[in-house]
Design a binder for this molecule. Structure first.
Ligand code: HAM
Length: 433
């Protein structure tokens, strides 16, 4: 006898079910509308790419590439001579956008190329609240010839506008500059030298990072390392002239836009491609995984991937966390539900009921109509359970008089209306349904 197996979603992945999925759609729509108002356009890239694309962009020593990627061998049957021999599920979107920018010669397009994307990303992290192995991002990237700080500020403004529009509560924007390939390596050496002096007081991860990636020590959350980190040399004191000017202008541009932010010299971010501006947004109600968005400038990444010299800046919002934060705030947007349940009785009423459902749906209303005849009481009971605002009662009497009974379920108020008045009334109510 075969045993029944209960399948469950794989650890770190989850189903997003209604009604929550409506909130996701709403948030994604707010994001798209906001991004498009700033001239960004949608780009859709594959979910898997050559592993080397991520290794090159994000960095081989980063946590993401060294231990969190889902990597597969390319099967010999599907392999072509110019593809790598390994592919990975994308852990983030920036590398793919840069690859596509190069592949399609987008540098020849006029002005800055402004792209946004939305979709699942994959990282083999330890799952917890707000941290999943399949999670979702809404990201935006600006690629082009200019690194004017006004671009950075506009990207940040767009983010702040979106979060305000989506009702995200208590957000804090952190901004930093991590220098360029001229000044950062010098700072990293100074930092490394200082870290070596205090090596014995650091945890195992930080000790390892002294050699591999000393900047990441600044990211440490270990309580016992905090007093030590606070005494370390700060990048702001080691920026070159150009980077210092860029950061000063960024601050002016943010002030011009009335954007509140905090400078955070420890904001180095966990991906290698960043230069100069980095930023992160945290939101309330999320516990330890409170970063809802991370981003920054990545001048040089396109070149590193074999493209022409190009400047770049962008961000990615963790959609799962943005949704969690909205839910925790308790201030959910009004999302439309079932407006009209058509309670029809008698086979003679059925054709009229079907026609009426079509007309109301064309008016933009959400309409439910049972496919099989139901007793009146059962019908109204189901309408109630589905959260319908109105029940439209169509029986043989209604057909005979061409008037329909519209019952508001909240207070049982009932009115009899002919078809034109009925359509007019429901259309006028549509906004609140
Ligand atoms: P990131 O900081 O690695 O940056 O990710 C951005 C956001 O994705 C995070 O702030 C967080 O909200 C969300 N996120 C990351 N990992 C997880 C996870 N395991 N579960 C749930 N949410 C997660 C990037 O990915 C860069 N590509 C951003 C960027 C775009 N920089 C420039 N352009």
């Amino acid at each position: 006898m075969s045993e029944k197996k209960q399948f469950r979603a794989i650890k770190g992945t989850r189903d997003i079910l209604p009604p929550e999925s409506a909130l996701w759609n709403w948030f994604e729509r707010q994001s798209r509308d906001t991004f498009e108002a700033y001239g960004f356009r949608d780009i859709r890239t594959p979910i898997f790419e050559d592993t080397y694309l991520f290794a090159r962009s994000v960095g081989t020593d980063t946590d993401i590439v060294s231990k969190e990627m889902y990597t597969f061998a390319t099967s010999s049957a599907g392999a072509t001579s110019d593809s790598g021999d390994q592919m990975s599920l994308r852990p983030e979107g920036t590398a793919s956008v840069c690859r596509a920018y190069i592949e399609h010669g987008m540098h020849t397009l006029p002005g800055n190329v402004k792209l946004y994307y939305s979709g699942p990303m994959f990282r083999r992290e330890r799952p917890q609240k707000g941290r999943y192995r399949q999670f979702y991002q809404m990201g935006a990237e600006v690629l082009g010839p200019s690194d004017a700080p006004g671009i950075d500020a506009e990207v940040i403004e767009m983010l702040v506008v979106l979060f305000r529009r989506a009702g995200l509560e208590n957000i804090t924007l952190y901004v930093n500059s991590i220098g360029c390939k001229e000044c950062r390596p010098k700072y990293v050496e100074i930092l490394r030298a200082e870290l070596r002096k205090v090596k014995d007081q650091l945890g195992a991860d930080s000790q390892r990072r002294i050699d591999t990636n000393p900047l990441r020590v600044l990211d440490s959350k270990l309580p016992e390392e905090q007093p030590i980190i606070e005494t370390l040399p700060r990048i702001s004191d080691h920026l070159c002239e150009d980077c210092r000017t860029h950061f000063t202008k960024l601050r002016d541009e943010l002030a011009l836009r009335h954007i509140d932010y905090q400078e955070n010299w420890r904001l180095v971010r966990g991906l290698d491609y960043y230069t100069r501006t980095t930023f992160e947004v945290t939101a309330s109600g999320l516990g330890s995984q409170n970063a809802v968005c991370g981003g920054g400038r990545y001048d040089g990444l396109v070149e590193l991937l074999g493209g022409p010299p190009t400047k770049g800046i962008g961000f990615a919002i963790g959609t799962d966390r943005a949704i969690l934060s909205i839910q925790e705030s308790g201030k959910l947007p009004h999302l439309p539900g079932v407006a009209v349940f058509i309670a029809w009785m008698g086979q003679k009423a059925y054709p009229t009921a079907v026609a009426m459902a079509q007309k109301l749906r064309e008016c933009g209303l959400i309409v439910e109509i049972p496919a099989e005849e139901m007793k009146f009481k059962k019908s109204i009971g189901l309408a109630d359970k589905l959260g319908a605002k109105y029940a439209l009662i169509i029986g043989e009497d209604e057909i005979a008089t061409s008037t329909y009974a519209l019952k508001r379920l909240a207070d049982a108020n009932q009115q009899k209306l002919a078809e034109p008045e009925l359509l007019e009334y429901l259309e006028s109510e549509r906004r609140g349904l």
